[in-house]
Design a protein around this ligand. Structure first.
Ligand code: HEC
Ligand code: HEC
Ligand code: HEC
Ligand code: HEC
Length: 461
């Protein structure tokens, strides 16, 4: 993940090769010093950063409590992260040279201090080391920029001994220097960790890139405007109350309230009355009104969003409606099926004949909004570091409306009278069969209902 930087450095040196060796050595020395802030040199110690408790216990109390409740504070300790890193990523990295770099690379975003200090792998969360601080106050507030043109793969430039960077010019703190930074206010700042390219050169996380090509970027709406909204708050105990204080909510896919209503649903039939044996075609419109990027985004390899449609007749008989196929390439991955996948977990688990687990764990025939990831053997994977190709991108873009149809033959045993047809959109952070197989606590695969809508038809005798 640091290759680009090395190549730049090497080619730079080559262009200088005609100059005398003395100048060359001098220049190289200067470049090394300038690059001293880069993470390629392990010259940091944990003591360079203050702990979040130091920042938050008496001064930034509300900000601290908000951050504590966000995923950002659990980026290293969260159970699923621990399981994936220690049980899959590390053993895999030790066996497969192509992905060897992830052993340290995962920490570049999840335990950034440990990465810079060279504490790899960091102690397990139960050992309570400083890796547990995750993405914390002093880490974010001393990032000065990023290397290259695109923020991705923890290409931050850090200055832990410098002033604390923030949105205002005026604050004077008894504990540290402060400085205004436009960079922290930008979406690029978030992109440093919210874009990820894997060892095969595939964009396996692209929240920031999705946002840039969507409508919100053009209109000046940034990540911070939805995940760190402005509120009225005392940001430091001795300071004033600001009306436009940046709340450190960082609420996302783990907050059912944030997920609720992300997509609005409407379902309608093409005819209102039908006899048994007659076809009724239902159309569902799904409008993404809330996300600034695609939905799902981020850990797309784990996430699943699906549309379930059911009819109930006057007697309470329930019928499941499978989605109509549209016929696009790769569509089979977007319809719930009873097939096995994720065989590449066998590499880390020392089981080359591992048959895999169920791919979706949802009703067969439901439409899934997702983008499948494939390993070098073409098998579907949740190991984003082992992704060689991406499949069809059937997620819902910001402000996009997707249309689905369900053709339903009214069953012969349907009772005459009113029939209610309900469309429900569900979201899950982690595919259920994977969660069960790896013993990930069940809350990670709980079903979050995003929205639902119902319509009615009359079944004729
Ligand atoms: C130093 C790396 C880093 C930076 C910079 C960073 N993040 Fe994160 N962020 C993470 C990691 C790692 C996680 C995943 C935590 C977990 O679940 O393990 C995360 C999680 C989140 C989540 C929670 C997602 C969920 O699943 O609920 C949100 C929201 C978020 N970040 C928004 C932002 C925004 C907005 C910015 C910019 C202001 C930002 N992040 C900057 C590393 C970073
Ligand atoms: C993921 C990165 C990240 C983390 C972690 C983080 N912050 Fe921030 N913080 C920001 C950003 C971004 C802003 C707003 C920048 C802007 O809008 O100009 C900000 C703003 C602030 C401000 C100024 C608020 C205002 O409106 O005046 C303070 C004070 C602050 N943070 C303290 C903290 C403390 C204390 C913690 C830990 C408990 C913390 N931050 C954790 C990114 C972070
Ligand atoms: C217009 C508002 C809006 C903007 C702008 C926005 N987001 Fe989000 N974001 C949301 C909503 C709503 C969700 C919850 C639904 C979801 O999980 O996708 C979300 C979810 C997330 C998640 C969790 C994804 C998951 O399911 O695990 C992350 C991470 C995230 N956003 C980061 C970012 C970053 C980084 C940016 C800027 C590059 C950004 N967001 C811009 C509204 C926004
Ligand atoms: C470029 C930064 C980056 C790198 C490198 C990275 N991650 Fe992440 N990771 C994130 C962000 C940001 C999120 C949150 C995305 C979201 O909420 O959808 C995340 C989410 C996750 C999640 C899901 C967390 C949850 O609660 O649902 C797991 C597990 C995870 N990462 C493990 C790993 C492992 C293992 C590696 C190394 C192979 C790794 N990550 C490398 C940035 C990174």
């Amino acid at each position: 993940m640091t290759f680009t930087f090395l190549i730049v450095r090497i080619s730079f040196i080559r262009t200088l090769s005609l100059l005398s060796s003395i100048i060359c050595i001098l220049l190289f020395f200067t470049i090394s010093v300038i690059a001293g802030d880069s993470h390629t040199d392990k010259k940091y110690s944990y003591d360079d950063w203050s702990t979040p408790e130091y920042c938050g216990s008496s001064c930034h109390v509300d900000i601290y409590q908000q951050w504590r409740q966000s995923m950002m504070s659990q980026s290293y300790t969260h159970h699923w992260d621990e399981i994936e890193y220690f049980n899959l990523a590390i053993p895999h990295a030790e066996k497969d040279e192509v992905v060897a770099e992830v052993k340290e690379g995962c920490n570049g975003c999840h335990a950034p201090m440990s990465f810079l200090v060279g504490d790899v792998p960091p102690p397990r969360p139960e050992e309570n080391s400083r890796a547990n601080e995750g993405v914390h106050c002093d880490f974010c507030h001393t990032i000065t920029g990023f290397e290259g043109d695109i923020p991705f793969n923890f290409n931050y430039v850090v200055d832990p001994k410098g002033p604390k960077l923030g949105p205002r010019l005026d604050p004077v703190s008894p504990s540290h220097k402060t400085m205004k930074s436009d960079f922290l206010a930008s979406g690029d700042f978030c992109g440093i960790c919210h874009n990820e390219k894997d060892p095969y050169g595939i964009w396996v996380k692209s929240t920031h890139l999705e946002w840039k090509e969507g409508p919100y970027y053009d209109q000046g709406v940034k990540c911070q405007d939805c995940h760190m909204t402005y509120g009225s708050m005392v940001t430091a105990s001795m300071g004033p109350k600001y009306e436009d204080a940046r709340l450190h909510l960082f609420h996302g896919g783990h907050d059912p309230g944030k997920v609720r209503g992300v997509v609005e649903l409407r379902i309608n039939p093409d005819i209102r009355e039908a006899e048994p044996g007659e076809d009724v075609r239902f159309t569902v419109a799904l409008f993404n009104q809330k996300t600034g990027h695609k939905f799902p985004t981020g850990s797309v390899e784990d996430r699943i969003l699906w549309l379930h449609v059911e009819a109930i007749d006057n007697n309470g008989n329930t019928y499941h409606l499978p989605v109509d196929k549209k016929g696009f390439e790769g569509e089979e991955y977007t319809i719930g099926a009873d097939v096995l996948a994720y065989q590449d977990m066998g590499i880390a688990l020392n089981d080359p004949n591992f048959e895999g687990v169920q791919r979706d764990g949802i009703p067969i025939g439901d439409r899934i909004f997702r983008m499948p990831y494939f390993d070098p053997q073409g098998r579907m994977t949740i190991q984003q570091w082992n992704t060689k190709t991406l499949g069809v991108d059937y997620r819902i873009g910001p402000r996009e409306t997707k249309m689905e149809t369900f053709t339903f033959t009214v069953p012969d045993d349907a009772v005459p009278g009113e029939m209610k047809i309900t469309a429900t959109l569900n979201y899950q952070l982690l595919v259920k069969p994977i969660a069960e197989f790896l013993n990930v606590p069940s809350e990670e695969s709980g079903i979050m209902e995003v929205n639902n809508h119902s319509t009615f038809i009359e079944v004729l005798p």
